[in-house]
Design a protein around this ligand. Structure first.
Ligand SMILES: [Cu+2]
Length: 135
């Protein structure tokens, strides 16, 4: 006589199927690159020097500039023991965002991490490596 499949095994099978479905349908998770939503990041002052700096961010969606996003820039040095520099970047023109109050406080290698929250709530990130010279 055939043994019935235990209820517990069935439950696990359903759970595994549900997880597999979620993974298959998952859009890129927050912070991942997304071909539909490229984010251009530029440092306006070149060469980069210790002191105030302006980071310009231009998020796009399907080739069009995006207004009404929230943009935040975090500057980190590539060595340990530094406090990150954090600045909000308000929109200064249609789809153009610039940091306010951002400054490099030490010469060396920096990475600018940009977090963009699109008006639809989607979060994406971009990064720019910058060498900062002394004053
Ligand atoms: Cu440093």
């Amino acid at each position: 006589m055939r043994r019935p499949v235990p209820r517990r095994a069935l439950r696990w099978l359903l759970l595994a199927l549900a997880v597999a479905t979620l993974v298959a349908c998952d859009p890129p998770s927050d912070g991942e690159a997304d071909a539909r939503r490229p984010i251009a990041v530029a440092l306006l002052e070149r060469p980069a020097r210790v002191g105030p700096a302006t980071v310009e961010v231009r998020p796009a969606l399907d080739g069009a500039p995006v207004s009404g996003a929230r943009v935040r820039v975090v500057g980190d040095m590539t060595h340990a023991g530094m406090v990150p520099v954090v600045a909000e970047a308000p929109e200064v023109g249609a789809g153009v965002y610039r940091t306010e109050g951002f400054a490099f406080d030490m010469a060396g290698d920096w990475v600018l991490s940009v977090d963009v929250t699109y008006p639809d709530g989607t979060e994406r990130a971009a990064a720019l490596a910058v060498f900062v010279g002394g004053r």
